[in-house]
Design a protein around this ligand. Sequence first.
Ligand code: T4K
Length: 389
Amino acid sequence: MIKPFPKPIYVTRPFLPPLDQFSAGLEEIWNNRWLTNDGPILKRFTGQLCNAFETDNLCLFNNGTLALQIALQGMEISGEVITTPFTFVATTHALFWNKIRPVFVDIEPDYYTLDPEKVEAAITPWTTAILATHVYGHPCKLNKLADIARRHNLKLIYDAAHTFGVTVDNKSIAHFGDLSMFSFHATKLFHSLEGGMVIFKDAGLKSRFDYLKNFGFKNEVEVVMPGTNAKMNEMQALMGIQVLGYLDEIIEKRSRIAALYRDGLKDVPGVRLVPPLAHEIKYNYAYMPAEIDEQEFGMDREALYKKLIEWNVFTRRYFYPLVCDYACYRSVTVNGPLTVARRVADRILTLPIYDSLDLSDVEAICEIIRSIQTAKAGALSANMASTGQ
Ligand code: T4K
């Protein structure tokens, strides 16, 4: 007999290094009395990431949203940008803050990334770039998008907020397109409390990004552009360095959780998980999305979301509503009916997945979902029998 969890099970919990390890790091900060503004720990963290990603074209920020905003500004993107409505709202906000018009295009049904087949029809003389999200850490259709961008002379920018640790053909996902932005927010499998990173092809952009995140200062007396303040501080960098040391373990644990979900939910009618990723993709198990088919499951996503709360399981409806349905974007161009994006947004539920989640809890969550479905299906057939249907 399964019981509700005694404590809430959230969609995610941040990984934390052992407290004594972090305290030792804090001692260094105390000794340095250097808290932010390109401090020694930030320099060390930057160096480690440059090594890990085998590039010097990398810049750190205090969060992913400002990283993307500054990237678009530094690359002088303007006019219209083709983008996905099935993403976190910050992807679109970064365009808006740069006075760029987002043009929403539908997603593909397997992994929910921007559908290249729909992108070309949305290109106008004002289009300057494609901004696609590797949603849930699933790589976009990289070759097809690159081909469209090349033929139409557009910049190809990836919101790679979910994609830390993902490789394709042993090459980091960061090296596809002109620029990729990663979020190091606490809810991400790799985090620095808050934080963001961009990795880019054009080495000439580095100094622009460095100026833009530090008020435009070139030196004490020269401001070369109207920048903002988006610097990563020493505490963030310390957390980033320490979490980086556990990355492989974190991803390994998540992969075991994902495998348990796949096994535990495979026979539950009306629960669709994404197909396994192509063998050349090393995935990071950033999220555990499941689509709920109301007809087959016996209840819709909303009802299941609420029902699970009774069991103390707090799933999330990432990414519902679609960005174009938020009040502030309702007047924005939508290209085509967004059939797939609307269907997915109405059916998606992201299940709990994080390194400290017990495997037995994952089994229990599957069991709860299965029992909800069975009870609902039983009630439906009893109802149909009593009404003679
Ligand atoms: N692009 C994409 C595609 C993104 O997904 C995001 C961020 C961005 C851009 C922007 O990057 P950042 O500027 O954030 O670096 C969360 C995160 O705040 C956000 O970073 C993330 N995407 C988005 C998908 O999710 P919320 O409002 O859903 O988070 P919240 O506070 O409800 O947390 C979710 C659960 O995590 C909680 O129920 C419990 C747990 N939690 C959370 C925090 C913050 C903890 O256990 N401890 C914590 O400290 O937005």
